[in-house]
Structure formats: C-alpha cells, structure tokens
Design a protein around this ligand. Structure first.
Ligand code: GLU
Length: 285
C-alpha cells in the first residue's frame, strides 16, 4: 500500500516535471534567442512592391526591405539560407507579430504612435515620405490640397489613407477624399490604370518602384507631405532583439551598406539618398 502511494507520488512528480519541460520547450524567449540557437528566422516582407519587397516568379524575394532584412539577420547570426520569407500585407503585420507567425517584419512598416502599444519597433532604419502617384495625363493633382474630392486608394491596415483623411500629415490637414478599398498596393495600381480611382498616395519609395515598372503611364507628383519612419517590427516586449537590431542598423550606416542598398534599388527613379547618418532611434519599448 505504502509502496503504491509512493509510486503514485513519483508518477505525478514526473508528470509535473514533464509538463514544465514541455512548457520550456514551447519556443525561444525572443527572436534573438531563436536566431542564436536555431540559426533561423521567419521574416515578413511585402511580396507585391517592386523596389521594396517583391516575390519573383522563381519564388525568390528582392527589394530594399528584403536586403535590409538579410543584413540584420546576418548580424543576429542567421545566414540567408536560414531565413523563411512570409508575405506580410499591411493588414497582417500586427497580427503576425502578436501570434508569432513571424519573428521580424521589414515591410514598409512605419513606426506610429497608434502601432506602438501593439508592436516593439527597432529603428527607424530609413525615413520615407508620403507622395502621390497619378495617371500621366492628369494635371489636376499636384499637392495634398488638390486631392480634395478625388478617389484615392485605401489599403487595409495601411497608414497612408489616414494621413490624408485624418490629417496626420505635416500640414495637419484633413482632406475630404473618397476612399476606394484595396487589399494591397499592387491592386491600387491596377485600379489607377483602370480609372477606378484617381490617385495612389503612399510612401515615395513604394511609388518610385511602381513608377519605374509602369514607365510613362504614371507619374509621381513630387510633393511629399509626411515623414515615414521605417521600422523593424518585433513582438511587443521583445526588447533584447530590438537592441540587437538597432546595433545592426547603426553598423549598416557606418559601413555604407544602407546607401549601397538604396542605390541598388532606386538609382534612376528620381529618389536620392540624402541621409548623413541613421535616423534618431525611437528607443525599444
Ligand atoms: N508605411 C506606411 C504604413 O506602414 C504605408 C505603407 C504600407 O502600408 O506598407 O502604413
């Protein structure tokens, strides 16, 4: 009898220890820990934005964000072969991070006050500016003000349409526009060409990539009205990875890589690299 009780106690102790071990093995504590232990990272990038994040027919991805992500991964100890790419659309970014579907997001991702409660941002690693893309024969749209009454693209989860409709721009001006919904920016370009809307207004780097691809059919107005602080999105609270990514960003400016990457993807588009150093870090919170 006593022996059986002892046996039962031993069994439940073993179950408890087993349970705790299972808990501990449920995943690394941070993206940095995963990078160091497994030499692997899953990174969210755009798949439909030439110049920034584009999936090619052969299945590889390319662009400025993609190259920045590769550099950062390497600094965290992960070679390119250890990266799994995942499409992060504007609307998926916060959810992907919260649910652990990706370790890092580098996807034209602006650091905003509204996103900060949900995301820990490293960076910024670059400063973009919101501008406007229109059909080449359109002479009526030249500035933020002239968007009044026009149909603009509203990408779900993106900040760009809010910067116009809600006035979060340098002029603090709410402009009365008609919002035409779309799932991603490539869809906006199709709609613009098909006359289903009048303007695509978002980050100048995104627009430059499409303008280059589309040739003479479309033109960028060249009248920017926001600062977009491109950050690296991390799971909320992952400060240790954030600090490590910030170190990589500093190095990327010091060794000249960021300028090289910018020129690789944007030379000849009309956009120039003017930064003299990394933008001031926001701090990991
Ligand atoms: N950078 C802006 C944002 O993070 C617009 C581009 C995008 O939606 O990816 O919302």
């Amino acid at each position: 009898m006593r022996l059986r009780q002892f046996g039962a106690a031993l069994l439940s102790a073993a179950t408890l220890v087993g349970g705790l071990a299972a808990c501990g093995s449920s995943g690394p504590s941070s993206a940095l820990a995963k990078a160091k232990d497994e030499k692997k990272l899953t990174i969210g990038v755009k798949y439909d934005q030439p110049g920034m994040g584009l999936k090619k027919p052969d299945g590889t991805v390319e662009g400025f964000d993609v190259d920045v992500a590769k550099y950062i991964a390497k600094e965290l100890g992960v070679p390119e072969s250890g990266i799994t790419w995942k499409e992060a659309r504007s609307a998926n970014r916060e959810t992907f991070l919260a649910q652990g579907q990706v370790d890092l997001i580098v996807a034209t991702y602006s650091i905003t006050e509204a996103r900060k409660p949900k995301v820990t941002f490293a960076g910024p690693f670059y400063l973009a500016h919101q501008d406007t893309l229109v059909r080449a024969d359109d002479t009526s749209i030249t500035s933020l003000d002239s968007l009044k009454g026009k149909r603009i693209c509203q990408v779900t989860g993106s900040n760009s349409w809010k910067n116009i409709a809600e006035g979060t721009n340098k002029e603090s001006k709410k402009v009365d526009v008609t919002l035409v919904p779309a799932g991603a920016y490539d869809e906006c370009i199709t709609k613009l060409k098909g006359n289903a809307l009048d303007a695509v207004t978002t980050d100048d780097m995104i627009l430059a990539g499409y303008a280059k691809r589309e040739g003479s059919a479309l033109k960028v107005t060249g009248a920017p009205f926001t600062d977009e602080k491109y950050g690296v999105g991390l799971k909320k609270g992952d400060k240790e990875t954030c600090e490590a990514v910030n170190k990589a960003i500093t190095k990327m400016y010091q060794d000249g890589t960021i300028k090289q990457l910018f020129e690789k993807h944007f030379s000849g588009t009309g956009l120039n690299f003017t930064a003299t150093g990394a933008p001031p870090a926001e701090g990991c919170s």
